[in-house]
Ligand binder design. Structure first.
Ligand SMILES: C[S@@+](CC[C@H](N)C(=O)[O-])C[C@H]1O[C@@H](n2cnc3c(N)ncnc32)[C@H](O)[C@@H]1O
Length: 359
């Protein structure tokens, strides 16, 4: 049976399954999710194999919340002979390429879980002879080419794997869909990585230039101790850091930060408006989404990047509700914008949303 395979954070399999069910139904494709708790992936089994390519092309990972990567799986192998894993894998990959055309890369992956990590060393080694064999057979381009399909071999056990492909416009460019970042030693909190990942992985190069201009102004709601403010200061923006707590001294010394010990729900920007509003307050997601909508619709901020803290249950439904209302308000105000919502690698029980004005 063919399946759409989604990698996700361990513990988010149900949310990923709910999202896949909704997204595939939107495409007029039907099937059912198969998942096991804390496995780090979900298989969405398709009733009709012919739908697989449609899904591979029409659901970009960037347009989803919980999947880190999406792979169109054409075949799953079990009880693979440990003495010769290459031959059966190669034979399936030949069939994949017969449908997609020559591939630009091959990746051998595993789930991002403690069990999955047992397979990491093996996966790293296995890809080397596999790549050679694929190049030898003309299935893979001589040099890595990101504009071609990528072949995926996803090991769930040492002798079991799912084999498929992802397409250039739809896949996540990061290995296993994970954007790893180095913690900047002088940043005041690890939270800084959430905003950095959003900037690096959710904004295009043009958007980064437009939204994070040196000399531009930002408001950071729930700023302390200053990890998000740090990212903006690194980009030479002026920041109004709003929080009753203390902002890191070294940030205050830059001369780019003003601290307001105030409530983020009533704060007004010092000069009437800012280019960018960021918000990491721990609050109800619908309350935060409404606040973001107020700022954007009233023109207090052009763009917004914010976190929505997730409840324990019905997380996909909660996110959908909060964001649907926000999108409706923006549309009624005739504001052209692009909105992305992603469960980032550096997020915990929260997601990150970017709303970028398009004109
Ligand atoms: C997760 S921390 C923010 C971490 C910060 N983004 C960083 O990178 O260092 C949440 C912060 O929101 C603040 N906060 C919560 N509710 C708030 C409110 N209504 N107004 C202002 N700040 C609030 C808390 O004081 C806390 O410092």
């Amino acid at each position: 049976m063919t399946e759409l395979l989604a990698y996700c954070r361990s513990g988010y399999e149900k949310d990923t399954a709910s999202e896949l069910t909704a997204l595939t139904a939107e495409q007029g494709v039907y099937g059912y999710p198969v998942l096991s708790a804390n496995s780090g992936y979900v298989s969405f089994m398709l009733h009709q194999a012919k739908d697989l390519h449609t899904l591979a092309a029409s659901i970009p990972v960037a347009g989803t919340v919980f999947p880190r990567q999406l792979v169109a799986v054409t075949e799953s192998l079990t009880n693979v002979d440990k003495q010769d894993r290459i031959s059966p894998v190669l034979s399936v990959l030949r069939e994949v390429v017969a449908q997609t055309g020559q591939a630009g890369n091959v990746v051998v992956e595993h789930a991002d879980t403690d069990d999955g990590k047992q397979l990491a060393k093996f996966c790293r080694k296995f890809v080397v002879p596999l790549r050679q064999a694929l190049r030898g057979a003309g299935i893979l381009s001589k040099k890595d080419d990101n504009n071609k399909p990528v072949l995926h071999v996803f090991f769930t056990e040492f002798d079991a794997c799912k084999i498929g492909y992802s397409l250039p416009a739809a896949r996540s460019p990061w290995p296993m869909g994970i954007c790893r970042l180095k913690f900047p030693a002088d940043a005041p909190s690890r939270s800084t990585l959430k905003l950095e990942e959003a900037i690096v992985s959710m904004l295009s190069a043009e958007e980064r230039e437009q939204v994070l201009r040196a000399g531009g102004r930002a408001v950071d709601l729930g700023a302390c101790p200053g990890g998000w403010t740090y990212q903006l200061v690194q980009r030479e923006m002026y920041v109004e850091a709003v929080d009753n707590g203390l902002v890191d001294d070294s940030l205050m010394r830059t001369g780019l930060v003003g601290h307001a010990a105030a409530d983020g729900f009533t704060y007004q920007p010092e000069y009437g408006r800012v280019d960018l509003l960021v918000c990491d307050m721990i609050e109800q997601p619908d309350r935060v989404a409404k606040l973001m909508g107020d700022w954007l619709v009233k023109g207090l901020a052009d763009h917004a990047i914010f976190n929505l803290k997730l409840p324990m249950k019905k997380r996909y439904e909660t996110v959908t509700q909060a964001l649907t209302l926000l999108k409706q308000r923006m549309a009624e105000a005739k504001i052209k914008f692009s909105l992305q919502a992603r469960h980032l690698y550096h997020d915990r029980d929260e997601i990150t949303v970017t709303v970028i004005r398009q004109e």
